[in-house]
Design a protein around this ligand. Structure first.
Ligand SMILES: *[C@@H]1O[C@H](CO)[C@@H](O)[C@H](O)[C@H]1NC(C)=O
Length: 338
């Protein structure tokens, strides 16, 4: 076979195409996306809008990852179950932290004594390996991130106290802590949730009071189903990543608030860094479960999110650490005393 014929055959089989996907290819990807994430839409009109948003996300992800390959980003993006949502819609439904900066963070905050400890710190920590962390949960289309962050740190402290890891009820917090100032699926804070659990003298287990991703009209708390209690809560000195590090070493998983920008929606892997991130104006609550340094020398915080396992690193994100309090991770950190 002559070289020319090989070249011709090659040209027929693998045309050097443009980087654009054809309409047909896009439709095929859309079908696979719907199957992979069990998507069902109410009307054909909605599906058309969803597909358009999906295609916008695909374009965004492609450009972002190209920049990553060129060394311009420290993290990659990828398709997940939220790739059919617009950035505006996503932040409206998935964030839900309502920090009240004028109010004291906890009624009677205990002093953050952990930061005065000068013991040497390990290079890395991952509380998952010590049994302190339940599997990744999914808040659904409800701004209840604060409830997941609250149960996350309390599950860890209850495990420390009792030796038993039990999943605690976010729905209990969503339905029952209005008096403390939370707003169900429309947002709240961890400090108010700790206060609720303290005043209520307990929170039910997840099994007994399952998650529904909706604000309930009634509170179904039952004393006999209590799985955790709070005596007080500690606010970590604001803005101090060194104090946050000491706390996560000596205490366990810590509730933290962050600014989750639109780039967060499609986060896949690597160390999340966004210079456009705010350090004060925070909108999302997550759980800090450890920290480390990548083999490229990037310091990161290991963070459990509540957006299911299709998002990020099986539901987790590595966020830039020692990077001038990136996204405000050390601004409003706290943990319960049990
Ligand atoms: C609970 O925490 C204390 C103090 O940090 C520690 O000594 C103990 O081993 C922990 N218990 C469990 C079950 O991890």
């Amino acid at each position: 076979m002559t070289a020319l014929r090989v070249a011709l055959i090659f040209a027929v089989v693998c045309p050097v195409g443009s980087s654009q996907l054809s309409r047909h290819e896009m439709d095929v990807f859309w079908k696979f996306f719907k199957i992979a994430h069990s998507k069902i839409y109410d009307t054909p009109a909605e599906e058309i809008i969803r597909q358009r948003m999906f295609e916008n996300n695909v374009a965004l992800i492609k450009i972002h990852n190209l920049k990553y390959d060129l060394g311009l980003h420290t993290f990659t993006m990828g398709i997940n179950e939220y790739s059919d949502m617009s950035p505006e819609e996503f932040s409206l439904t998935m964030n839900g932290l309502r920090l009240d900066r004028s109010a004291p963070r906890f009624a009677q905050p205990s002093d953050d004594l952990t930061c005065e400890n000068d013991d040497p710190l390990p290079d890395s920590v991952d509380w998952r390996t010590n049994g302190y962390v339940t599997p990744v949960k999914n808040q659904g289309k409800c701004g209840s991130c604060y409830a997941f962050s609250t149960t996350g740190s309390l599950e860890g402290q209850m495990f420390n106290k009792t030796g038993r890891l039990r999943s605690l009820s976010e729905q209990n917090i969503v339905d029952c802590s209005r008096k403390e100032g939370n707003h169900g699926c429309r947002g709240g804070t961890m400090d108010k949730s700790f206060k609720y659990i303290k005043t209520n003298k307990g929170i039910d287990t997840d099994d007994s009071y399952p998650y529904r991703a909706k604000s309930g009209f009634f509170c179904h708390f039952k004393k006999k189903n209590i799985g955790g209690e709070v005596t007080d809560a500690v606010d970590i000195t604001t803005g101090r990543e060194d104090c946050l590090q000491k706390a996560v070493v000596s205490v366990g998983p810590i509730s933290v608030a962050i600014d989750a920008t639109y780039r967060f929606q499609n986060y896949k892997d690597g160390v999340f860094k966004d210079v456009g991130c705010d350090r004060v104006d925070l909108n999302h609550a997550v759980l800090l479960v450890g920290y480390g340094t990548t083999d490229k020398g990037q310091d990161y915080w290991l963070v459990k999110n509540s957006w299911g396992e299709s998002w990020g690193l099986d539901g987790y994100v590595k966020m830039a650490r020692n990077s001038d309090n990136m996204c405000g991770i050390a601004t409003a950190a706290s943990y319960p005393l049990v």
